[in-house]
Design a protein around this ligand. Structure first.
Ligand SMILES: Nc1ncnc2c1ncn2[C@@H]1O[C@H](COP(=O)(O)OP(=O)(O)OP(=O)(O)O)[C@@H](O)[C@H]1O
Ligand SMILES: CC(C)(CO)[C@@H](O)C(=O)[O-]
Ligand code: BAL
Length: 252
């Protein structure tokens, strides 16, 4: 969606390692925004983005207009079963239908052999993997680790909307994920951990926690403890001021 940072460039770097031609799409997709203010305030820095992509050896940029992508209103609604009825899906109604439709269109138009997505949007990855499997879309989904600022904050285009105080407060997401992971691995009960995290958010006037959940990474099923060797993650979303941020950490 543009307003590029090193997280996006890491996707480009991974793509360049295994591809002859790298294409980046930049499209702030209106249909995946459930919140008008979030859409209207989404940062746009096209000139800087294009320079950065050129400097980083990107071959093509696909930069469609809303009219090109949606010549007529979209009637199609996508339902991803349990995958979109939890976490982000609960707090952003319609979001994953919008993502599913636009990603289908982008993949149909660009026809990439491999498509790169960030681990930061863990639920988005689960939904898109299911989308390409269910629709037999011939592309390999490659997931790239989350790139963080030095203090742990996950890079995100929305971070530029934080004022100086909020920027400092925003580290609470990663600090709590990191803390919760350590406690969990030390055998502390999940509900005790979550209680402590909730209190930490409560004590921070600029922060408002939406969710903090332990889930099975693939199915996104909510868990109350680590489950053998199954991959599990902790996912969180919180408002810092009026900016909504998400993050996650994998446990095993
Ligand atoms: N910090 C990051 N590390 C790795 N990948 C990232 C990071 N941030 C975003 N991405 C990935 O880049 C791709 C494009 O994301 P998008 O343009 O929505 O940016 P974003 O920075 O996540 O924005 P926002 O968080 O404000 O939605 C997605 O696959 C996303 O997961
Ligand atoms: C997957 C995506 C391109 C759909 O607009 C967007 O959500 C993003 O960039 O993460
Ligand atoms: N970065 C994921 C897409 C979104 O927040 O709308």
């Amino acid at each position: 969606m543009g307003a590029l940072h090193y997280g996006h460039l890491s996707l480009v770097e991974s793509a360049k390692l295994s591809s002859d031609v790298v294409i980046v799409s930049i499209f702030v997709n209106p249909t995946q925004f459930n919140n008008k203010e979030d859409f209207e305030k989404y940062p746009i820095t096209i000139d800087e983005d294009l320079l950065l992509l050129e400097k980083n050896g990107v071959d093509f940029v696909f930069l469609p207009s809303v009219e090109e992508m949606y010549p007529s209103p979209i009637l199609l609604k996508m339902d991803f079963g349990d995958l979109d009825k939890t976490l982000e899906g609960t707090f952003r109604p319609g979001h994953f239908s919008g993502v599913g439709v636009v990603v289908s269109k982008l993949l149909n138009i660009v026809k990439p052999d491999k498509s790169y997505f960030g681990q930061k949007d863990l639920q988005q990855v689960a939904v898109i993997k299911r989308l390409v499997a269910d629709l037999s879309i011939d592309t390999e989904i490659v997931v790239v680790p989350t790139i963080r600022e030095a203090d742990g904050l996950a890079m995100s285009s929305r971070n530029v909307r934080l004022n100086a105080d909020e920027r400092l407060t925003a580290t609470i997401l990663y600090k709590c994920l990191d803390f919760a992971k350590d406690e969990l691995l030390a055998g502390v009960d999940w509900f005790v951990i979550r209680e402590k995290v909730t209190k930490r958010f409560h004590d921070e006037p600029e922060a408002r926690l939406e969710y903090f959940e332990l889930v099975e990474t693939e199915s996104l099923e909510k868990l109350e403890q680590i489950k053998g060797q199954t991959a599990v993650s902790i996912c969180t979303a919180a408002y810092i001021g009026d900016v909504r941020l998400i993050d996650n950490i994998s446990i095993v």
